[in-house]
Design a protein around this ligand. Structure first.
Ligand SMILES: [Zn+2]
Length: 490
């Protein structure tokens, strides 16, 4: 059996000031990869493609790669770039002699210029290319804004069941196994979608209540007779598009009514508990006294609204200002994206003390640059390191030119490529051990947890001024076209 695979993956904020261009696809994250190098690069990694490959090899299938295109979260992809990427994948599929199945790695929250549901467009285009008989299975992120178009085009769609998302390889194996059951056991999947008029808040960490109960309910449904798989999408909230919102989607073996009733059942259960998924997001200065009183160190502040993993610029300065104003000791900020300041530090060299204006360069919405008189502790030319995992385990990361600076016990890791701290591996290469800190701020919503929770004291999700903070987004949703809970200003 010959299975074609491809990946076009992007989480697109329609509000961020960070533009997406060819550089975003070609030179960021894992680069734009084609043909055999896709398999060579991802073999053995905790990624969707890594899982597809391991599963296909297990079942004696040949996995034929097309392209891998995955940019950091940022603004919508320009139409010409999107068309060229999709055309590259479709052309390569067209060159494969007889395709028995297709395994796709998509995100589910991609917006391209002219396509508010880019993932749906990709699935429909692949369906048109391979015809109605060839099974198409796609893996999506948990932060997907699902649409009826996707359900129509694909045979099965599977979303992550973990947040922080660490089950890419596992879901990839599941996709490959369902493909085997379709091709060799006559499984006939049918997929149903239940869209929930709600934007999920930050109570969505799957290892903790109340989200754990939702995943347990999902697994109970998956264990029922006739059910192939099911998924909950908590949505990606930073896109002003008609399909914005949470959802449940379920695949059964040839029983559309059952698939729909189960999606409706779990969707209703989630809706009844809609207040449970919301979580307060105070400013650091407001929550600090409570955090100190609790006395569990290191205290971690998840600077959610400047999460580069959600498309933010990564140079907001609210937390840094508070850390300095409070005179905290053994504190660090991971990371601030500021290539300009990194260049100054590199010019001065390790050990130099210099006056800097840190962060706040991308847009005034990110706050003012913060004056620091800092010492350069460590420098890196390319910010290269190897991820410890679980996320991206074994893959190399590139933060670009980077600098570790310190002023009176407050450490800042400055980077050039916007990427969130999935683990502490990069910090360690920069002579900064977060485990020895008392206060840590991460520009990450939750992905850091998979690696940081084992040594964390208390964790607080906070909100500071940013392109994605609630105050900035007030009144900015114009294309959703329906009321969403909680009171989104539509
Ligand atoms: Zn996600």
């Amino acid at each position: 059996m010959r299975i074609a695979t491809g990946s076009i993956s992007h989480e697109s904020s329609t509000f961020t000031t960070v533009a997406t261009d060819w550089n975003s696809y070609r030179n960021q994250r894992f680069g734009y990869r084609t043909g055999q190098e896709v398999l060579d690069f991802f073999r053995g990694s905790n990624t969707a493609v890594g899982g597809f490959l391991a599963g296909c090899e297990q079942h004696g299938f040949e996995l034929v790669p097309t392209i891998f295109a995955n940019a950091h979260p940022s603004g919508p992809t320009p139409r010409a770039i999107f068309d060229e990427i999709l055309d590259d994948m479709l052309t390569r599929m067209g060159q494969i002699d007889r395709i028995d199945g297709v395994l796709l790695d998509l995100h589910g929250a991609m917006v391209a210029e002219g396509h508010d549901d880019a993932d749906g467009h990709i699935l429909a285009a692949v369906r048109e290319r391979v015809g109605p008989e060839v099974p198409i299975i796609a893996q999506l992120d948990i932060h997907s804004n699902m649409s009826p178009l996707r359900v129509e085009a694909a045979d099965v769609i599977i979303g992550h069941e973990t947040y922080p998302e660490i089950d890419q390889e596992e879901r990839g194996l599941e996709c490959a196994d369902i493909m085997r059951r379709i091709l060799q056991e006559g499984l006939k999947p049918t997929l149903a979608l239940h869209q929930i008029p709600m934007v999920w808040g930050m109570n969505q960490v799957t290892a903790h209540p109340p989200m754990r109960q939702a995943i347990e309910y999902l697994h109970e449904i998956e264990s029922r007779p006739g059910v192939i798989c099911g998924s909950i999408a908590t949505c990606y909230p930073l896109a002003d598009i008609p399909n914005l919102g949470a959802s449940v989607y379920i695949a059964t073996d040839n029983d559309q009514a059952l698939a729909q009733s189960l999606a409706d059942e779990l969707g209703a259960w989630i809706w009844e508990r809609r207040t449970d998924w919301q979580c307060p997001m105070p400013a650091v200065a407001d929550i600090l006294p409570e955090a100190e009183a609790a006395g569990k160190y290191p205290i971690i502040f998840a600077d959610r609204d400047d999460n580069t993993g959600g498309g933010s610029p990564g140079d907001s300065t609210g937390v840094l200002k508070t850390f300095l104003a409070q005179g905290l000791q053994d504190a660090c900020i991971l990371y601030i994206t500021d290539p300009e300041t990194v260049a100054q530090c590199r010019q001065a060299g390790v050990g130099a003390e210099l006056d800097l204006a840190v962060g706040g360069k991308s847009t005034p919405l990110q706050g003012e640059p913060v004056p620091m008189q800092a010492t350069v502790v460590a420098l890196s030319d390319d910010g290269k390191f190897t991820y410890a995992g679980p996320r991206n385990r074994g893959l190399d990361g590139f933060m670009g030119p980077s600098a570790h600076i310190v002023q009176n016990g407050i450490h800042v890791l400055l980077i050039s490529e916007r990427e969130q701290p999935f683990d502490i591996a990069f910090s360690l290469t920069m002579d900064l051990d977060p485990r020895k800190m008392r206060y840590i701020s991460v520009k990450s919503a939750a992905h850091f947890r998979a690696n940081f929770e084992p040594f964390a004291g208390n964790i607080y999700v906070v909100s500071e001024p940013s392109v994605h903070s609630g105050a900035t987004l007030q009144g900015q949703f114009k294309n959703v076209g329906r009321k969403l809970y909680p009171e989104y200003d539509l």
